[in-house]
Design a protein around this ligand. Structure first.
Ligand code: OAD
Length: 236
């Protein structure tokens, strides 16, 4: 069957071969730092310097990293696919856009953006963030934070994402462990809407049983192969 509407969800695994750490693998980010310290509003209130250092380092790593064949394959798919297409990423890196993806939403925010906790203004981070930076809109000092979604906060673009999930006939999840909601539940939403569901991941995710089709391996290998098959009309 040739799909008419595709939603793709990506997670940290798609950027692993670009040299960016995942979260829950053995040597992942959450094995080294406490999620409560660096990914909650309470952690930022307790120790803003530590939180800024953490995201400044990740922003620097992102600047060195390059998109890998999996990012490029998804951009190629979007360009060649005649139907509706939405790429939803949980990643805060910019590798999808640097590979050429256009219909892309960052549901957990973006490292390269800053958000003022005082007035809600959003702007480019323009290098490191710190307590010394002032908001370009309200002038308040010390309120600029990374524009990323922390635990306890509402992910971005949810209306657009659910509308696409409810209208899609193919849902593909790539490089995510299925630990974090609401993203972990998108497969069920899409399946309820009648979509074929595919997991492309290094290993079975927590939600493996919800997928109709699963392919396991490194994203840099299996995503380009899967995109080729889809565009040749040989899958889904
Ligand atoms: P995880 O670290 O939880 O999961 C990454 C998944 O990628 C795992 O299932 C790995 O097996 C897989 N993986 C690793 N290397 C891979 C490769 N080369 N090719 C394919 N798959 C590979 O990361 P996420 O699921 O993205 O949220 O985590 C979801 C959210 O939890 C993140 O957005 C972040 C984190 O806490 C916030 O900070 C709000």
């Amino acid at each position: 069957m040739i799909p008419s509407s595709i939603v793709i969800l990506t997670g940290a695994g798609i950027s692993a071969e670009s040299g960016l750490s995942t979260f829950r693998d053995k040597d992942g980010i959450w094995a080294k730092v406490d999620v409560n310290d660096v990914a909650t509003p309470e952690g930022f209130a307790r120790n803003p310097d530590m939180v800024h250092d953490f995201y400044n380092q990740r922003r620097a790593n992102m600047a060195w990293a390059k998109p890998n064949p999996a990012h490029f394959a998804l951009a190629r798919l979007e360009q060649a696919f005649p139907g509706a297409f939405l790429l939803v990423t949980q990643n805060i890196d910019d590798l999808h856009e640097r590979a050429g993806s256009l219909e892309l939403v960052h549901m957990h925010g973006e490292l390269k953006r800053a958000l003022c906790g005082n007035c809600g203004y959003r702007c480019d981070a323009d290098g490191d963030l710190s307590r010394d930076r002032t908001c370009p809109a309200c002038g308040a000092k010390g309120f600029l934070r990374p524009d990323v979604v922390w635990f306890g906060e509402m992910p971005y673009h949810m209306d657009r994402i659910y509308a696409a999930l409810n209208a899609c006939d193919l849902f593909v999840s790539i490089g995510t462990s299925g630990n974090v909601y609401p993203a972990a539940q998108f497969v069920q939403e899409a399946a309820l809407a009648g979509a074929h569901t595919v997991e492309l991941n290094l290993e079975p995710s927590l939600g493996i049983d919800d997928f109709a089709e699963t392919i396991h391996g490194k994203a840099g290998m299996i995503v380009p192969q899967w995109v080729d098959r889809l565009l040749d009309g040989k899958t889904a």
